[in-house]
Design a protein. Structure first.
Length: 350
């Protein structure tokens, strides 16, 4: 009996033990993944898709040399096809902190097979550049710098300015005489103003590029006009303000530049402060204005790359009253940056 009880107890314990064990989940065997095939990056690299593997970043006189401006690249004696103009996004900020993104060109892209090549680069008005270089399998090779200026019209301090210029100086202009007034029956109550010279400050902002000029002139000055009101001597302290939009053709001559052209201008005269004239009825209007067509010529002399002097003479033709046409002379110090003059010539490869 004792033996039977023990056997029953062992059997019961074994049964309970088996039922308490969790079910065994067979391990998940991941599928076999074939080893990665090692692929060279050059198999998927396309120089044309990445803007070319030969990049040209060259300045020529007053411009950035591009395909449109005449840049030509020859590889081993064969002209290379232009791929794309490459650039970068540059962020600037307004005075209120608002960001403004703009695209700035950096270089012209061409394609060459990897390896050793003889490359020739040229641009109109500048000397050519030749070199032996290795084009890498991955990534671009850069040709950078400034070509030597060869065109006679582009050499010198005044020949090839960057573009925008500023001038501050003085001017002198003439105001033609005039007569006017009111007639009462047989009596005439009138005035006469003599021809008068006005002087003052002069400011000009212009864009001068090789053979092209467009500019805006501003004048602010004063003068005293003599005359008479109702047959009595009188003078008036007058103010003058004028503006002119001019355009023309430019002749660069090394350190000198001569420009001629035309445009449109306007003058405003303030005749408020009279002396020796009490008859208000006979006085002209406190404000007078007219417009004219300037026929102008200027001479620029630059002893340095960026600074010089400029004098402009103009004959202001008034189409509505040719007898009122008068001359104007302006002059001052001009700031006209010229990278072709101030930057050293030289080309590097990297």
């Amino acid at each position: 009996m004792r033996i039977t009880v023990i056997a029953f107890a062992v059997t019961t314990f074994a049964a309970v033990t088996v039922e308490a064990q969790p079910s065994v989940v067979p391990p998940v065997v991941p599928p076999l993944i074939p080893p990665l095939t090692q692929t060279s990056a050059q198999d998927d690299y396309s120089p044309a898709a990445f803007g070319g593997n030969l990049r040209v970043d060259l300045q020529c006189a007053d411009y950035f040399a591009t395909y449109d401006s005449g840049l030509r690249v020859t590889i081993d004696g064969t002209p290379s096809s232009f791929v794309a103009m490459n650039g970068e996004i540059v962020t600037s900020y307004t005075r209120h902190g608002v960001p403004i993104d703009s695209w700035v060109p950096t270089d012209a892209g061409y394609v060459a097979t990897p390896g050793r090549h003889h490359v020739d680069v040229s641009a109109p008005g500048c000397g050519s550049y030749s070199t032996e270089l290795d084009v890498p399998t991955i990534g671009p090779r850069f040709i950078e710098g400034r070509l030597e200026t060869t065109g006679p019209a582009l050499r010198g301090t005044a020949a090839a300015p960057n573009g925008f210029t500023n001038l501050l100086g003085a001017y002198v202009t003439m105001r033609s005489g005039e007569r006017g007034g009111i007639a009462f029956g047989q009596q005439s109550i009138g005035y006469r103003l003599d021809q008068t010279q006005f002087t003052g400050l002069y400011y000009a902002a212009a864009f001068e590029r090789r053979h092209f000029v467009v500019g805006m002139d501003l004048e602010l000055g004063a003068g005293t006009i003599a005359g008479e009101v109702q047959n009595e001597s009188a003078t008036v302290d007058a103010l003058h303000s004028g503006g002119r939009l001019r355009f023309g053709y430019r002749f660069p001559l090394h350190d000198l530049a001569i420009s001629v052209g035309s445009g449109v201008g306007a003058d405003i005269w303030s005749l408020a402060n009279w002396h020796g004239a009490d008859n208000v009825l006979a006085k002209p209007s406190p404000l007078e204005g007219d417009w004219y067509v300037p026929l102008w010529a200027s001479v620029t002399y630059k002893p340095s790359c960026n600074w010089g002097v400029q004098v402009t003479a103009s004959y202001d033709l008034q189409p509505t009253d040719p007898s009122a046409s008068e001359p104007t002379v302006e002059g001052g110090i001009i700031y006209q940056p010229n990278d072709a003059c101030s930057q050293p010539v030289g080309v590097t490869v990297r």
